[in-house]
Design a protein around this ligand. Structure first.
Ligand code: GLU
Length: 288
Protein backbone atom coordinates (compact mmCIF):
# COMPACT_ATOMS: atom_id res chain seq x y z
CA UNK A 1 0.00 0.00 0.00
CA UNK A 2 1.23 3.49 -0.78
CA UNK A 3 1.67 5.45 2.40
CA UNK A 4 0.08 8.90 2.51
CA UNK A 5 0.58 11.29 5.44
CA UNK A 6 -0.38 14.90 5.91
CA UNK A 7 0.46 18.01 7.88
CA UNK A 8 -2.72 19.91 8.71
CA UNK A 9 -2.02 23.22 10.44
CA UNK A 10 -4.67 25.78 11.33
CA UNK A 11 -3.62 29.19 9.99
CA UNK A 12 -4.14 31.04 13.23
CA UNK A 13 -0.52 32.15 13.53
CA UNK A 14 2.95 31.44 12.21
CA UNK A 15 4.42 27.98 12.59
CA UNK A 16 6.57 27.47 15.68
CA UNK A 17 9.12 24.80 16.52
CA UNK A 18 6.45 22.37 17.74
CA UNK A 19 4.69 22.55 14.37
CA UNK A 20 7.96 22.11 12.54
CA UNK A 21 8.66 18.97 14.56
CA UNK A 22 5.23 17.55 13.74
CA UNK A 23 5.57 18.39 10.05
CA UNK A 24 8.98 16.67 9.97
CA UNK A 25 7.58 13.56 11.63
CA UNK A 26 4.72 13.31 9.12
CA UNK A 27 7.00 14.12 6.18
CA UNK A 28 9.67 11.60 7.18
CA UNK A 29 7.14 8.87 7.91
CA UNK A 30 5.96 9.07 4.31
CA UNK A 31 9.30 9.65 2.64
CA UNK A 32 11.03 6.79 4.46
CA UNK A 33 8.43 4.48 2.91
CA UNK A 34 8.35 6.00 -0.56
CA UNK A 35 4.98 7.57 0.24
CA UNK A 36 3.30 10.91 -0.29
CA UNK A 37 3.18 13.84 2.12
CA UNK A 38 0.24 16.26 1.80
CA UNK A 39 -0.38 19.74 3.12
CA UNK A 40 -3.88 20.66 4.26
CA UNK A 41 -4.79 24.05 5.64
CA UNK A 42 -7.47 23.81 8.33
CA UNK A 43 -9.02 27.22 7.85
CA UNK A 44 -12.60 26.57 8.91
CA UNK A 45 -12.62 29.00 11.79
CA UNK A 46 -13.64 32.31 10.23
CA UNK A 47 -12.80 34.22 13.40
CA UNK A 48 -9.21 32.98 13.66
CA UNK A 49 -7.90 31.86 10.25
CA UNK A 50 -5.92 34.48 8.32
CA UNK A 51 -4.74 34.50 4.74
CA UNK A 52 -1.33 35.89 5.68
CA UNK A 53 -0.79 32.92 7.98
CA UNK A 54 -1.48 30.51 5.11
CA UNK A 55 1.20 32.26 3.10
CA UNK A 56 3.44 32.20 6.16
CA UNK A 57 2.99 28.44 6.63
CA UNK A 58 3.91 27.79 3.03
CA UNK A 59 6.94 30.04 3.33
CA UNK A 60 8.07 28.38 6.57
CA UNK A 61 7.74 24.82 5.25
CA UNK A 62 9.55 25.79 2.07
CA UNK A 63 12.37 27.35 4.08
CA UNK A 64 12.60 24.19 6.20
CA UNK A 65 12.94 22.19 2.98
CA UNK A 66 9.82 20.09 3.57
CA UNK A 67 8.23 19.53 0.16
CA UNK A 68 4.67 18.29 -0.08
CA UNK A 69 2.90 16.48 -2.90
CA UNK A 70 -0.01 17.78 -4.94
CA UNK A 71 -2.03 20.92 -4.40
CA UNK A 72 -2.48 22.50 -0.99
CA UNK A 73 -5.99 21.60 0.16
CA UNK A 74 -7.93 24.27 2.04
CA UNK A 75 -10.83 23.23 4.20
CA UNK A 76 -12.66 26.48 3.53
CA UNK A 77 -13.09 25.25 -0.07
CA UNK A 78 -14.66 21.98 1.00
CA UNK A 79 -17.67 23.13 2.97
CA UNK A 80 -20.21 21.33 0.72
CA UNK A 81 -18.47 18.02 1.48
CA UNK A 82 -18.84 18.60 5.22
CA UNK A 83 -22.45 19.70 4.82
CA UNK A 84 -23.20 16.48 2.96
CA UNK A 85 -21.60 14.40 5.72
CA UNK A 86 -23.63 16.22 8.35
CA UNK A 87 -26.77 15.70 6.30
CA UNK A 88 -26.15 11.95 6.20
CA UNK A 89 -25.94 11.90 9.99
CA UNK A 90 -29.01 14.12 10.26
CA UNK A 91 -31.10 11.80 8.09
CA UNK A 92 -30.31 9.00 10.50
CA UNK A 93 -31.27 11.03 13.56
CA UNK A 94 -27.69 10.99 14.87
CA UNK A 95 -27.31 14.76 15.26
CA UNK A 96 -29.57 17.43 16.70
CA UNK A 97 -29.61 21.22 16.63
CA UNK A 98 -28.37 22.92 19.80
CA UNK A 99 -29.44 26.45 20.59
CA UNK A 100 -27.64 26.79 23.90
CA UNK A 101 -25.19 29.60 24.52
CA UNK A 102 -21.97 28.97 26.44
CA UNK A 103 -23.37 30.72 29.47
CA UNK A 104 -26.57 28.66 29.42
CA UNK A 105 -24.51 25.50 29.32
CA UNK A 106 -22.29 26.72 32.17
CA UNK A 107 -25.37 27.61 34.26
CA UNK A 108 -26.92 24.22 33.65
CA UNK A 109 -23.69 22.45 34.61
CA UNK A 110 -23.37 24.57 37.77
CA UNK A 111 -26.97 23.85 38.77
CA UNK A 112 -26.53 20.09 38.63
CA UNK A 113 -24.44 18.45 41.32
CA UNK A 114 -24.08 15.32 39.20
CA UNK A 115 -23.22 16.98 35.87
CA UNK A 116 -21.17 14.43 33.95
CA UNK A 117 -17.55 15.36 33.27
CA UNK A 118 -15.22 14.13 30.56
CA UNK A 119 -11.45 14.42 30.26
CA UNK A 120 -11.83 17.98 28.92
CA UNK A 121 -14.27 19.22 31.56
CA UNK A 122 -18.04 19.14 31.91
CA UNK A 123 -20.00 17.44 29.16
CA UNK A 124 -22.91 19.03 27.38
CA UNK A 125 -25.83 18.38 29.73
CA UNK A 126 -28.22 17.72 26.88
CA UNK A 127 -30.96 20.37 27.16
CA UNK A 128 -31.49 20.42 23.39
CA UNK A 129 -31.27 16.66 22.89
CA UNK A 130 -34.84 16.04 23.91
CA UNK A 131 -36.65 19.09 22.53
CA UNK A 132 -40.08 18.32 21.11
CA UNK A 133 -40.06 18.24 17.30
CA UNK A 134 -42.31 21.28 16.90
CA UNK A 135 -40.23 23.44 19.22
CA UNK A 136 -37.07 22.30 17.44
CA UNK A 137 -38.48 23.19 14.03
CA UNK A 138 -39.73 26.58 15.21
CA UNK A 139 -36.46 27.53 16.84
CA UNK A 140 -34.38 26.27 13.91
CA UNK A 141 -36.13 28.77 11.67
CA UNK A 142 -35.31 31.64 14.03
CA UNK A 143 -32.24 30.98 16.13
CA UNK A 144 -28.61 30.32 15.37
CA UNK A 145 -27.77 26.73 16.23
CA UNK A 146 -24.92 24.28 16.35
CA UNK A 147 -25.28 20.58 15.50
CA UNK A 148 -24.32 18.04 18.12
CA UNK A 149 -23.78 14.33 17.80
CA UNK A 150 -26.23 12.28 19.85
CA UNK A 151 -23.42 10.28 21.37
CA UNK A 152 -25.50 7.53 22.98
CA UNK A 153 -27.29 6.79 19.73
CA UNK A 154 -24.15 7.05 17.68
CA UNK A 155 -22.27 4.64 19.93
CA UNK A 156 -25.16 2.20 19.91
CA UNK A 157 -25.25 2.30 16.13
CA UNK A 158 -21.51 1.93 15.65
CA UNK A 159 -20.86 -0.78 18.28
CA UNK A 160 -17.38 -1.39 19.73
CA UNK A 161 -14.51 0.26 17.87
CA UNK A 162 -10.74 0.42 18.06
CA UNK A 163 -7.81 1.86 16.15
CA UNK A 164 -4.13 1.08 15.67
CA UNK A 165 -1.87 3.70 17.26
CA UNK A 166 1.81 2.98 16.75
CA UNK A 167 2.30 -0.38 18.42
CA UNK A 168 -0.98 -0.30 20.27
CA UNK A 169 -4.56 -1.16 19.58
CA UNK A 170 -6.70 1.45 21.31
CA UNK A 171 -10.29 0.84 22.30
CA UNK A 172 -12.33 3.87 21.22
CA UNK A 173 -14.32 5.48 24.01
CA UNK A 174 -15.99 8.43 22.30
CA UNK A 175 -18.71 8.50 24.95
CA UNK A 176 -16.22 10.15 27.29
CA UNK A 177 -16.56 13.31 25.22
CA UNK A 178 -20.34 13.55 25.27
CA UNK A 179 -22.48 15.13 22.56
CA UNK A 180 -19.65 16.78 20.64
CA UNK A 181 -20.32 19.66 18.26
CA UNK A 182 -20.06 18.74 14.56
CA UNK A 183 -21.13 22.09 13.15
CA UNK A 184 -20.74 25.30 15.08
CA UNK A 185 -22.96 28.33 15.27
CA UNK A 186 -20.16 30.49 13.92
CA UNK A 187 -18.50 27.94 11.63
CA UNK A 188 -20.19 25.51 9.27
CA UNK A 189 -18.28 22.50 10.51
CA UNK A 190 -16.20 21.47 13.50
CA UNK A 191 -12.65 20.18 13.50
CA UNK A 192 -13.82 16.59 14.14
CA UNK A 193 -16.06 16.30 11.11
CA UNK A 194 -13.73 18.18 8.75
CA UNK A 195 -10.62 16.22 9.66
CA UNK A 196 -12.37 12.87 9.40
CA UNK A 197 -13.90 13.71 6.02
CA UNK A 198 -10.64 15.04 4.64
CA UNK A 199 -8.34 12.28 5.79
CA UNK A 200 -10.63 9.85 3.95
CA UNK A 201 -11.05 12.03 0.85
CA UNK A 202 -7.30 12.57 0.55
CA UNK A 203 -6.52 8.87 0.97
CA UNK A 204 -4.45 9.47 4.10
CA UNK A 205 -3.22 6.07 5.28
CA UNK A 206 -1.19 7.25 8.27
CA UNK A 207 -2.08 10.17 10.52
CA UNK A 208 1.13 11.37 12.15
CA UNK A 209 0.40 14.15 14.65
CA UNK A 210 1.11 15.25 18.21
CA UNK A 211 -0.11 13.49 21.31
CA UNK A 212 -2.22 16.52 22.12
CA UNK A 213 -4.64 15.23 19.48
CA UNK A 214 -4.76 11.66 20.76
CA UNK A 215 -8.03 12.17 22.64
CA UNK A 216 -9.79 13.58 19.57
CA UNK A 217 -9.15 10.26 17.82
CA UNK A 218 -11.87 8.60 19.93
CA UNK A 219 -14.39 10.85 18.22
CA UNK A 220 -12.75 10.59 14.78
CA UNK A 221 -12.91 6.79 14.93
CA UNK A 222 -16.63 6.93 15.71
CA UNK A 223 -17.30 9.35 12.84
CA UNK A 224 -15.41 7.08 10.45
CA UNK A 225 -17.63 4.19 11.46
CA UNK A 226 -20.83 6.23 11.12
CA UNK A 227 -19.85 7.63 7.73
CA UNK A 228 -18.41 4.40 6.34
CA UNK A 229 -14.91 5.87 5.99
CA UNK A 230 -11.64 3.95 6.25
CA UNK A 231 -9.60 4.25 9.44
CA UNK A 232 -6.00 5.34 8.92
CA UNK A 233 -3.18 4.06 11.12
CA UNK A 234 -2.41 6.65 13.80
CA UNK A 235 0.99 7.63 15.14
CA UNK A 236 0.68 10.19 17.92
CA UNK A 237 4.16 11.46 18.53
CA UNK A 238 5.64 12.88 21.72
CA UNK A 239 5.58 16.66 22.08
CA UNK A 240 8.73 18.69 22.42
CA UNK A 241 9.05 20.62 25.63
CA UNK A 242 11.23 23.65 26.13
CA UNK A 243 13.72 24.61 28.82
CA UNK A 244 10.84 25.87 30.97
CA UNK A 245 9.37 22.36 31.06
CA UNK A 246 6.31 23.41 29.09
CA UNK A 247 5.35 22.00 25.76
CA UNK A 248 6.23 24.12 22.78
CA UNK A 249 3.15 26.09 21.90
CA UNK A 250 2.43 29.61 20.89
CA UNK A 251 0.95 30.44 24.26
CA UNK A 252 4.15 29.27 25.96
CA UNK A 253 6.25 31.51 23.75
CA UNK A 254 7.65 28.82 21.45
CA UNK A 255 9.87 30.50 18.88
CA UNK A 256 8.32 31.04 15.47
CA UNK A 257 10.13 29.53 12.51
CA UNK A 258 10.08 32.97 10.89
CA UNK A 259 11.98 34.41 13.88
CA UNK A 260 14.62 31.69 13.75
CA UNK A 261 15.02 32.37 10.08
CA UNK A 262 15.37 36.10 10.73
CA UNK A 263 17.96 35.28 13.39
CA UNK A 264 20.06 33.62 10.69
CA UNK A 265 19.63 29.96 11.63
CA UNK A 266 20.53 27.37 9.04
CA UNK A 267 17.35 25.45 8.13
CA UNK A 268 19.13 22.19 7.35
CA UNK A 269 20.81 22.23 10.77
CA UNK A 270 17.57 23.11 12.48
CA UNK A 271 15.72 20.24 10.78
CA UNK A 272 18.56 17.77 11.47
CA UNK A 273 18.47 18.84 15.13
CA UNK A 274 14.70 18.45 15.39
CA UNK A 275 14.94 15.00 13.80
CA UNK A 276 17.23 14.10 16.69
CA UNK A 277 14.84 15.71 19.19
CA UNK A 278 17.13 18.69 19.75
CA UNK A 279 16.06 22.31 19.82
CA UNK A 280 18.38 25.02 18.53
CA UNK A 281 20.99 26.43 20.91
CA UNK A 282 19.40 28.48 23.65
CA UNK A 283 16.47 26.08 24.01
CA UNK A 284 16.73 22.70 25.62
CA UNK A 285 14.41 19.96 24.57
CA UNK A 286 12.99 16.84 25.99
CA UNK A 287 9.93 14.97 24.94
CA UNK A 288 6.84 14.91 27.06
N1 GLU B 1 -5.43 21.56 12.55
C1 GLU B 1 -5.01 20.88 13.75
C2 GLU B 1 -4.05 21.75 14.54
O1 GLU B 1 -3.51 22.68 14.01
C3 GLU B 1 -4.33 19.56 13.49
C4 GLU B 1 -5.24 18.56 12.90
C5 GLU B 1 -4.72 17.14 12.83
O2 GLU B 1 -3.52 16.93 12.65
O3 GLU B 1 -5.55 16.26 12.91
O4 GLU B 1 -3.83 21.50 15.69
Amino acid sequence: MNIVTRFAPSPTGRLHLGHAYSAIRAHDHARARGGAFLLRIEDIDPGRARREHIEGIIEDLTWLGLAWDGPVVRQSERLPVYRAALERLRERGLVYPCFCTRSEIAAEVAASAAAPHGPDGPLYPGACRALPADERARRMAQEPHAWRLDMARAEAEAGPLDWADGEYLVRAEPGLYGDVVLARKDAPVSYHLAVTSDDAAQGVTDVVRGRDLFAATHVHRLLQALLGLPTPAYHHHALLIGADGKRLAKRNGAPAIADLRAAGLDPAELVAGLRAGKLPAGYSAASE
